[in-house]
Design a protein around this ligand. Structure first.
Ligand SMILES: *[C@@H]1O[C@H](CO)[C@@H](O)[C@H](O)[C@H]1NC(C)=O
Ligand SMILES: *[C@@H]1O[C@H](CO)[C@@H](O)[C@H](O)[C@H]1NC(C)=O
Length: 117
């Protein structure tokens, strides 16, 4: 009986440690099992920010030096693009501080927020 209680206790411990509040639920699929739609543009990197529009058929994507408006229904369709490059003066100032022109002195879109229409 002692072993039975210990067994249940250990079982509970294992249950809590593997599925406890710190466990992160994850699901994974293999690429070939899905019909994925992809978007990217040559020369554009660091697609890091997404904003889904409630009103419009739009998914906004912030990348390095660019913001895209994609179709929510088909993200391969690009409806708009805003290039946001660093002006010559701030670029020179950044490089004078010893920073990399190709890495540190570029605009990385980190936040996208709806302000109005
Ligand atoms: C941006 O993308 C480049 C090329 O994929 C990568 O090497 C770099 O680490 C990325 N930088 C940041 C800040 O995410
Ligand atoms: C998405 O748009 C592309 C380009 O217009 C088109 O070729 C493709 O069939 C569309 N895919 C879907 C699932 O609608």
């Amino acid at each position: 009986m002692g072993f039975g209680v210990l067994g249940v206790f250990l079982g509970l411990l294992l249950e809590v440690s593997t599925h406890g509040p710190h466990a992160v639920p994850r699901t994974s699929w293999r690429h070939q099992d899905l019909d994925l739609m992809e978007f990217s543009e040559p020369g554009i990197f660091n697609y890091s920010t997404l904003l889904l529009s409630e009103k419009k058929d739009a998914l906004y994507v912030g990348a390095r030096e660019a913001i895209f408006e994609l179709s929510k229904k088909n993200v391969t369709v690009r409806n708009n693009k805003v290039q946001w490059t660093v002006a010559e003066n701030p670029m020179t100032m950044c490089m004078l501080k010893g920073k990399s022109k190709e890495r540190d002195c570029l605009n990385y879109i980190r936040v996208l927020q709806v302000v109005d229409d």
